[in-house]
Design a protein around this ligand. Structure first.
Ligand SMILES: [Zn+2]
Length: 179
């Protein structure tokens, strides 16, 4: 599945589009302009917006800013997110990512997913086949690590499985995580 074939019947929650725009900080105005060219003029938190337009806007912006900034934007997104009371560790937050993703999208159609598979106390595998950029998802994982620092760990290492990447047309990206 490529990004362009994702269902046009899915909508993204305004709050989560706003979180993306806010994460862009100094690029905020640019982001708002690009959204407007894709028909999203007034961003309202309680409204829902067509997913293909959000993804297309996002791709336009990220093409201009490059992979480093894309990752930084991913890192900024979970910073202000509200987590349910039970989510208080890195593993649980990673495990809840898919549910959070689903809560912020509605409608019928395939939106892909975040599949988290723990493999030990300090390692796991994450498979992403959602239409968001690879670097963005890596930034999100780094942000969750920073927000819920695991004990006896100094950093999160992310190794991208070389077999394929969404940025090069693959259906999914697989990441091996060690912390
Ligand atoms: Zn990738």
């Amino acid at each position: 599945m490529t990004r362009s074939t994702f269902s046009s019947h899915v909508e993204v929650y305004g709050k989560s589009v706003q979180a993306l725009v806010n994460a862009m900080e100094f690029l905020k105005l640019k982001a708002q302009r690009v959204l407007a060219t894709h028909g999203i003029e007034q961003l309202e938190p309680e409204k829902w917006y067509p997913m293909p337009r959000v993804i297309a806007s996002f791709e336009d912006i990220l093409e201009q800013v490059g992979p480093h900034t894309t990752r930084a934007i991913g890192r900024a997104v979970p910073k202000n997110a509200v987590f349910p009371p039970g989510i208080d560790s890195f593993g649980l937050s990673m495990n809840s990512l898919d549910q959070a993703y689903r809560m912020n999208h509605r409608g019928t159609g395939d939106i892909g997913s975040y599949r988290y598979q723990p493999e030990g106390d300090h390692n796991a595998r994450m498979v992403c086949d959602n239409p968001y950029p690879c670097e963005f998802d890596q930034g999100i994982m780094e942000a969750l690590y920073d927000r819920f620092p695991p004990r006896n760990s100094i950093r999160l290492r992310i190794d991208h499985d070389p077999s394929g990447c969404r940025e090069k047309g693959a259906r999914s990206c697989t990441y091996y995580l060690k912390w």
